[in-house]
Design a binder for this molecule. Structure first.
Ligand SMILES: NC(=O)c1ccc[n+]([C@@H]2O[C@H](COP(=O)([O-])OP(=O)(O)OC[C@H]3O[C@@H](n4cnc5c(N)ncnc54)[C@H](OP(=O)(O)O)[C@@H]3O)[C@@H](O)[C@H]2O)c1
Length: 331
């Protein structure tokens, strides 16, 4: 069996997760890593690494069938995605929900022009949760699908909100855990289809290490009044030492569910729920990306080009199982 040669673009949390995930998929192999900081990556791993801009060099050395783009959604993917899809088919986890239509258009045009496939915005949300929202709404017409995050006691680590905390003067380090509001989940399960404000669905818990001499009251006030990120939410702030943050609050746990409820036949209650629980959010995202890489290679082999999302891909394309096996064991 010829293995699918996967190039990893960007070596961060998700990039490291993709490398581990590839080792667990027998039909795939790591072709190499490209990075904007190859020296940093070479110091961390003994794997082939080339500069991302050395296109001819990595094309020749790695001969990738597909590139998994592991850069950040805010600045990296909008720049790297349309450039790289000129040279190789791509899969990414662009997660800036409100900008997905524009990003899709750009990747679609670039992919079609280059004869490449670009699978965009996959992972768990956007990604599997997007698919579940669409299915739930289609199967229970008129229902609304709600996403809740942090249903475990510990909550889910939000990287974006943790980054936002670290921008506040006086904050040396910080992590933010999101908690779902249980009563809100219950209202959705009861089929109320309620109108929620963001703060009705989730609360935010912050663990903050202060700079020496920083004023805790001022930092807490700055956090709680931060528009968008914390002001709309019930937010609690705990000040901890760097040691405590590093030992008690390490890793990247996250979890969540999609819930939709309504009625069938005009009167009978109907609920759809889909739940994910990850001890490592970037590793989970990486596994979803790798399955989409398999699908992208299959789409390309059929002569398809342009952008695709999880909504456009037959689920059988993600699987290593044969059609006969899928019909026999998974139906
Ligand atoms: N759809 C979903 O469900 C989902 C879930 C989780 C994450 N995501 C997305 O995945 C993206 C990547 O997440 P991540 O946690 O992997 O981000 P990250 O660790 O910050 O890495 C992003 C990029 O920054 C560079 N980098 C990482 N560590 C560095 C360091 N120490 N020094 C210098 N550069 C460094 C790497 O690029 P270079 O190697 O080129 O320098 C890397 O690809 C997020 O922005 C998010 O959009 C999506």
């Amino acid at each position: 069996m010829k293995k699918i040669r996967v190039m990893v673009v960007g070596y961060g949390n998700v990039g490291r997760g993709v490398i581990k995930a590839l080792a667990a998929n027998e039909d795939m192999e790591l072709a190499g890593i490209v990075s904007r900081s190859p020296e940093r990556v070479r110091r961390a791993v003994e794997l082939p690494v080339l500069p991302v801009e050395a296109v001819g060099e990595w094309q020749q050395a790695f001969r990738p069938d597909i590139a998994i783009l592991c850069g950040g959604s805010k600045n990296d993917l909008p720049e790297q995605g349309p450039t790289l899809v000129n040279c190789v088919s791509t899969v990414d986890s662009f997660d800036n929900h409100s900008c997905i239509p524009q990003y899709f258009e750009r990747m679609d045009a670039a992919g079609r022009a280059a004869g490449q496939v670009a699978v965009i915005s996959t992972g768990w949300d956007p990604g599997i949760f997007s698919l579940e929202r669409v299915l739930a709404n289609a199967f229970i017409p008129g229902s609304r699908a709600y996403g809740f995050y942090g249903l475990t006691g510990k909550g889910g680590l939000s990287m974006g909100h943790s980054d936002a905390l670290r921008t506040i003067p006086g904050v040396r380090d910080a992590r933010q855990y999101t908690h779902a509001v249980e009563s809100a989940v219950d209202r959705v399960r009861a089929g109320e289809n309620p109108e929620f404000e963001p703060g009705d669905m989730h609360t935010r818990e912050c663990f903050v290490v202060l700079d020496a001499g920083a004023d805790p009251a001022a930092v807490e006030a700055a956090i709680k009044s931060m528009p968008g990120y914390f002001a709309p939410y019930r937010t609690t702030v705990h000040f901890v030492s760097q040691d405590e943050l590093d030992t008690r609050y390490r890793g990247f746990p996250h979890d969540g569910c999609v819930v939709a409820a309504g009625v069938t036949g005009g009167e009978h209650a109907a609920t759809v729920e889909y739940r994910c629980k990850w001890e490592s959010n970037p590793e989970a995202t990486a596994n979803v990306l790798v399955a989409h890489a398999r699908a992208a290679v299959r789409l390309k082999a059929e002569g398809k080009t342009g952008a695709f999302t999880i909504l456009d891909i037959p689920p059988a394309y993600f699987s290593t199982h044969s059609r006969a096996d899928l019909l026999k064991k998974f139906m």
